[in-house]
Design a protein around this ligand. Structure first.
Ligand code: NDP
Length: 253
């Protein structure tokens, strides 16, 4: 029995990267995990199958965040999946992980690109929390994935960093509002973390990225998932409204 046995969790953007590692870790800790994805149904199904093979419980939910009706679609699928498996729609743990990088220089960023980044990275987490609160019992847990770029300058990613700055505000203000219910809300800020981006197949690029961390390596998805697992556990009951640096010391300068 894991420390999350009997709990339910939603991890957004769990078909790949840190979201996937987080879904797998929470399932190993005993939670029933809703593996959310946007487009890659096959990848999400693979995550669910892997969790089940390891004796855990999970189901996939699709919703294209940033599109009209996104949160409604997400919660329709989530509630159906939870009800089927637990007989209730209670959600104990929410991890807002799904996000999109900018990848466009400020001088080339169009209003449409800016709106999309903000819609997926900041607006969706706000409305997901707003909606999730109807399902979340006292003692629930909310973690929002930010980025070290809110503290580490990268002029090529201003719009993205702005969206993550907004995400961090969720922890401060929702933590105050939800304290009386024993619900904690925290931000986790990863540094450069391996994902499916082809840049991680280029040794020179990986070496340069690794040099930003005091540990001289790039982060692995599990490095961040383990931090999230602590924050959603009972052990973190006294931690709320915090900014957790999970950048491997990148922010030390
Ligand atoms: P990946 O790029 O590997 O995966 C992104 C996940 O989010 C996928 O599951 C994808 O689903 C989902 N997703 C993306 N856009 C949408 C959308 N519009 N609607 C629904 N789902 C969507 O993620 P990472 O592990 O790299 O990053 C995870 C989080 O960490 C993000 O918030 C990112 O900003 C942040 N971060 C990442 C860093 C890094 O170096 N990797 C550094 C700092 C922060 P699908 O493929 O099915 O569409």
């Amino acid at each position: 029995m894991g420390n999350l046995t009997g709990k339910t969790a939603l991890v957004t953007g769990a078909s790949r990267g840190m979201g996937r590692a987080t879904a797998e870790r929470l399932a190993r800790d005993g939670a029933l995990v809703a593996v959310h994805y946007g487009t890659n149904e096959e990848a999400a199904a693979e995550v669910v199958a892997g969790i089940e093979q390891d004796g855990g419980r999970a189901f996939a939910v699709r919703a294209e965040l940033g599109a009209p009706g996104d949160v409604h679609e997400l919660f329709l699928a989530l509630e159906e999946g939870l009800k089927e498996r637990t007989g209730s729609t209670e959600l104990d743990i929410l991890v807002n992980n799904a996000g999109v990088m900018g990848g466009v220089k400020p001088e080339d960023t169009t209003p449409e690109q800016f709106d999309r980044i903000v819609a997926v990275n900041a607006k969706a987490p706000f409305f997901i929390i707003q909606r999730a609160l109807a399902n979340m019992p006292d003692g629930g847990r909310i973690v929002n994935i930010s980025s070290g770029l809110t503290r580490f300058a990268n002029p090529d990613e201003i719009a993205y960093a702005m969206s993550k700055g907004a995400v961090e505000q969720l922890a401060l203000h929702f933590a105050k509002a939800l304290g009386p219910r024993g619900i904690t809300v925290n931000s986790v800020a990863p540094g450069i973390t391996r994902n499916g981006n082809p840049v991680f197949d280029m040794p020179e690029a990986v070496e340069a990225m690794a040099a930003l961390s005091t540990f001289n390596r790039v982060g692995e998805p599990s490095d961040v998932a383990d931090v999230v697992a602590f924050l959603v556990s009972d052990d973190a009951r006294w931690v709320t409204g915090s900014f957790v640096d999970a950048s491997g010391g990148t922010l030390l300068g």
